[in-house]
Design a protein around this ligand. Sequence first.
Ligand code: ATP
Ligand code: MG
Length: 404
Amino acid sequence: MRLSKTFVKTLREAPKDETARNGQLLVRAGFINKEMAGVYDYLPLGLRVIENIKNIVREEMNNIGCEELLLTALQNPEPWEKTGRFSDKEVDVWFKTELASGGMLGLAPTHEEPITTLMKTYISSYKDLPVYVYQFQTKFRNELRAKSGILRGREFLMKDLYSFHTTEKDLDDFYKKVERAYMNVFERLGLGEDTIETFASGGMFSKYSHEFQTLLPVGEDTVYYNADKTIAVNKEVMNDETLKDLNLKREELTEGPAAEVGNIFKLKLKYSEPLGLKYIDKNNEQKTVCMGCYGIGISRLMGVVAEKFADDKGLVWPESIAPFKYYLVGIGEKGMEQAEEYYKAHQDEVLFDDRDIRPGEKFADAELMGIPYRVVISDKTLATGSAEITNRQTGETKLIKVLD
Ligand code: ATP
Ligand code: MG
């Protein structure tokens, strides 16, 4: 991508009402645009980050045998009425609208009801199970407070996976695979060390659910975690009983703020029962399908990475999800010529700052955008047939050969 050709510009100021650091930096760096509280557009650079995160999640989901699909955002109230969740008392974040032809529609805050209903068409025998399906979908939630930048959107991107099983044992086995796949995702995003599997409330059907909480000063949750960060307890279930269940001692745990980047849940029969998702087992008996659901906040993750690694100069992307690996600057006539050559040979990885502005401005933008490596080719470096490469995270600079 050539910066001279894109409409996007870095901005001196973020909108006044944008108080979250991730939101401010992402707007200023030209990755997102704020429409209103909790509602953001993804611009070309931001979209590349989102796509990179999605691809990592996709790989990890496909690795454990999941199939990708895409459900609709518009929701028929019927299945939600069957589970009692169309009610604003039950789910207080609905966006609903009236159909011109009469009747109501909802904008999906999550997708358990439609996916369970859909599976009634395809699951009828034990031979049809298990099924693991996931999607990347825009969710709509009328969140009361949306002041955390893209950490909490009213419209946001989620990866949601649903699993369907004959037995609880089968669900338990798959659940463990998802736990590992999730940790792989967070590790690949550079968040592995500070993302802790956390015991949280399990609702009606399980004693606990598991959240994946990334330690973060601006995180909205409070967790209590052990010294090697392998287990944590969410404040909402932090009590003597939980400590006993998990064999933990309060004095060995540290309290800290965290952002929930994922959540996995053994639903068991919670939705399959009221929606009538059944199968015939080996003995020709009718049974209810056992379910699990597993979410990852894709856009929230982008915000968490932005918050976590940013410094006083701007964003710092890990290579795995950076929009481009290199930010290329040519200085002087020969330097520019050689930069052109370099760009043509490495277009997929290079953000080429070919704008007619001072090098100092280019360097500032390179830092604000957080591209992992800045490559400078100048008449001076070319004297030794090299380019100067600077690591955004460490500030370390070295020379690499560009000419033989
Ligand atoms: P929270 O407690 O933060 O509201 P939740 O328990 O409502 O989250 P889930 O319904 O389990 O979240 O959604 C799955 C994942 O989607 C969460 O773990 C989180 O990463 C992400 N997520 C949830 N709500 C939002 C939101 N409003 N904006 C961005 N991401 C969100
Ligand atoms: Mg919520």
